[in-house]
Design a protein around this ligand. Structure first.
Ligand code: ATP
Length: 240
């Protein structure tokens, strides 16, 4: 039987009178790349924030377990200690730190200096632009460069589960391709990923399984490949 990394059951989130998430069930198994797609305002980011415990004060119901343990209310730094890394929408890099310092922050739970240095070198090889700008403040990077940095920083902790919120948003097509290439590589290395994306085609092409979210509810789920060929998904999310 496949090993459950993340299990969300009956998740409901309301911001005051607005019901943003209305009873979501979602699972991510070990080694899977699962994507959550849906239109603007469907509740995807709210679902990710419920996992990381970073919602503003609002009503949350249901259970979220990570590696078999309840996760509700966990603090962000505790998540990294549990090897749960998130790349939020808008990147969330430390703008007043250099690229190099951001990468070191991603590894703050690690003590293997040689391994940390080797990982930084690895990410500098994957993203040569970061290497060229090693000492530059992250706040001065372009959107695409910040996305590369946010991804590399999240991976510095060798996460068991990586949560990605709209990694392609606002990026030039060539950057989107690069970011997706990295997502596929990371997935091949065995890191479990939950990917929230508006670019449904790219997301489903990269993923093993997918969920469609609409107005706070999961309306469809299945193998990503089947979903790519589903006329309802094609009509609503793939522009066909
Ligand atoms: P997008 O792709 O546009 O980011 P999404 O699927 O991630 O959309 P959410 O950001 O989760 O959607 O938003 C779901 C609903 O909750 C929306 O109607 C949104 O307006 C509302 N919402 C989100 N954050 C808040 C907040 N802090 N206060 C009040 N309402 C909110």
């Amino acid at each position: 039987m496949s090993e459950n990394i993340l299990k969300i059951s009956g998740l409901k989130v309301a911001y005051g009178g607005i019901k943003a998430v209305k009873g979501v069930d979602l699972e991510v198994n070990k080694g899977e790349l699962v994507t959550l797609i849906g239109a603007n305002g469907a509740g995807k980011t709210t679902t990710l924030k419920a996992i990381t415990g970073t919602l503003p004060s609002c009503k949350v119901e249901g259970t979220i377990s990570y590696l078999g343990q309840p996760l509700k209310g966990a603090r962000s730094f505790k998540l990294v200690e549990q090897k749960l890394a998130m790349v939020p929408e808008g990147r969330g890099v430390f703008t007043r730190m250099t690229i190099h310092e951001n990468l070191l922050m991603g590894a703050y739970t690690r003590r293997d200096q040689a391994g940390i240095d080797a990982d930084i070198d690895k990410w500098y090889t994957v993203f040569p632009r970061l290497k060229e700008r090693d000492g530059q403040l992250a706040g001065t990077l372009s959107g695409g460069e910040q996305q590369m940095l946010a991804m590399a920083r999240a991976l510095m902790c060798h996460p068991t589960l990586l949560l990605l919120d709209e990694p392609s948003m606002g990026l030039a097509p060539i950057m989107v391709e690069k970011i997706f290439e990295v997502i596929r590589d990371v997935s091949k290395q065995g890191i479990t990923i939950l990917l929230v994306e508006q670019n449904a085609r790219l997301a489903l092409q990269a993923a093993n399984r997918g969920y469609v979210m609409d107005s706070g509810a999961i309306t469809m789920s299945g193998k990503a490949e089947d979903m790519l060929h589903d006329p309802r998904v094609q009509a609503a999310y793939l522009g066909e």
